[in-house]
Design a protein around this ligand. Structure first.
Ligand code: UD1
Ligand code: MG
Length: 472
């Protein structure tokens, strides 16, 4: 039987170099927090019950962010170094035999396939530990790997403690290790804070294990970008760029056309169907799902929304926490502000805003309208400039519009109000009462025409400059 695997993820640090009030692992790249990236990789290898996240700075927020994954937590109340962080979960992890893999919460691009190789190297060699390393042109900031003549790792020296000669070493420690569990727990207590930072460095276990006659093997990873550790916002941006490039590449391989892919921002959880065209400069975020054969126009933003097959989203449209059914058309310059449901074949045109509104099958609001807290039936026509007055300064009220109703341009629907099926609202009406089905509602003053009034005024003897303000 395979020996059990425990994964410990260190995520307690503040990340001073981020210059942020937010804990480093809560910063996002590719649409997910760094903590989520590392935990999701760990979940590819083992069950949530075998994954322990060490939390400290903003522990409650980190726990909340990861709660849905079902992983375990240990607390490091004072951040006394990476070795101390592992010690903080000793009481809960020690009884688990086998191997302990330690990951740092600020190394988010690591692949599960690389971890499998690391575990395989440690297991098959019987070494006390295996650690991932890579060669960097600029190794500044990382711990450097010192090897013996057999190629084994004998020590990791941190940048701050390294001699000038050691700083020239280009092979760096990635912060990813697989330990033989009993040996780790036996020697972790031998760590001493004898370094400039006065911390317990996990990396010092390498030297201790060697001193005790054990060996530590390196797994050299060629693609060093996978091992990028995030300590500053510059590295955060670099990782974000890599994740997004990878996402659009995968989408294109899966049959999505992406125009000018370097300009779009698509989060890692987003799904997009075949033959959908995504134009330049769009942002598709959160857990959005876009169907097949859609067109997402330039500069549009789709956030936490579902867009079914064959939907046409014209440029500069914002769709937020909403659902758009198949064959609908939205935009240009439309705003689905929040929690809207647009049924099949409906049309929403320029400068139309919807909020908590359901727009029925085949209904149209083509220009300049505000529809808030409304339930609108099928084949309804909303004229230009029509608005719902859903807020009286104290509370929000609903507007209901029946199937086939015609809402004339510039109508003002004062909610709560109900517009019957097949009814007709005259343009410019202010509707404050229920309109029965099939009725015509006219709620505006009648037009009065004063014959020849304008001509008389033009021809009057009084010069224009002597008249009052000119207002009628
Ligand atoms: C660490 C390594 C370094 C390696 C680099 C790779 C040590 C001493 N150094 O340096 O050799 O090249 O990672 O990216 O391990 N953390 C805690 N509690 C603490 C301190 C840190 O949980 O008391 C967590 C942090 O939240 C972070 C991770 O451990 O996720 C790494 O800490 P960080 O301070 O970033 O270490 P580096 O200086 O990057
Ligand atoms: Mg780091």
């Amino acid at each position: 039987m395979e020996s059990p695997l425990t994964i410990v993820i260190l995520a307690a640090g503040l990340g001073t170099r981020m210059k942020s009030r937010k804990a480093k692992v809560l910063h996002e790249a590719g649409g997910k927090t760094l903590a989520e990236h590392v935990v999701d990789t760990a979940l590819e290898l083992t069950a949530p019950g075998s994954i322990y996240v060490v939390v400290g700075h903003q522990a409650a927020e980190v726990r909340d962010t990861l709660a849905s994954r079902g992983v375990q937590f240990a607390e490091q109340t004072e951040q006394k170094g990476t070795g101390h962080a592992v010690l903080c979960c000793e009481s809960v992890v020690r009884e688990r035999a086998g191997r302990v893999v330690v990951l740092y919460g600020d190394v988010p691009l690591l692949k599960a396939s690389t971890l499998r190789k690391l575990i395989e190297l440690q297991t098959s060699s019987g070494a006390a530990a295996a650690a991932i390393s890579t060669f960097l042109d600029d190794p500044t900031g990382y711990g450097r790997i010192l090897r013996n003549e057999r190629g084994e790792v004998v020590a990791v020296v941190e940048e701050k403690a390294a001699t000038a000669e050691q700083r020239r070493i280009r092979e760096i420690n990635a912060g990813i290790y697989c330990f033989d569990a009993p040996l780790l727990w036996k020697h972790l207590h031998d760590l001493r804070p004898d370094n400039p930072a006065r911390e317990l460095y996990l990396t010092d276990t390498v030297e201790i294990l060697n001193r005790e006659g054990h060996s530590v093997l390196p797994l050299v990873v060629d693609d060093s970008s996978e091992l990028l550790g995030i300590n500053t916002r510059i590295e955060l941006a670099a990782v974000d760029r890599i994740l997004r490039q990878e996402k659009v590449r995968q989408l294109m391989l899966d049959g999505v056309t992406i125009e000018r892919p370097e300009t779009v921002t698509i989060d890692s959880q987003v799904q997009i169907g075949m033959d959908t065209v995504v134009e330049a400069f769009t942002r598709i975020l959160g857990n959005s799902r876009i169907g097949a054969g859609c067109h997402i126009g330039a500069f549009s933003i789709v956030n936490h929304s579902t867009v079914e097959d064959g939907v046409l989203v014209l440029p500069y449209t914002l769709i937020n926490t909403s659902h758009v059914e198949t064959g609908a058309q939205v935009g240009p310059y439309a705003r689905l502000r929040m929690e809207n449901y647009v049924e099949a074949g409906a049309h929403i045109g320029n400068f139309v805003e919807l909020k908590k509104t359901r727009l029925g099958k085949g209904s149209k609001a083509s220009h300049l309208a505000y529809l808030g807290d409304s339930v609108i039936g099928e084949k309804v026509n909303i004229g230009a400039g029509a608005i719902t007055c859903n807020y009286d300064g104290k509370k929000k009220s609903q507007t209901r519009i029946g199937n086939g109703a015609f809402v004339g341009s510039n109508s003002t629907l004062v909610a709560p109000v109900e517009i019957g099926e097949g009814s007709y609202l005259a343009a410019g009406s202010v509707i404050t009462h229920t309109v029965p089905p099939d009725a015509l509602a006219v709620a505006r003053s009648r037009q009065v025409n004063k014959e020849d009034w304008a001509r008389h005024r033009r021809e009057s003897t009084v010069p224009a400059s002597n008249t009052s303000s000119g207002n009628l």
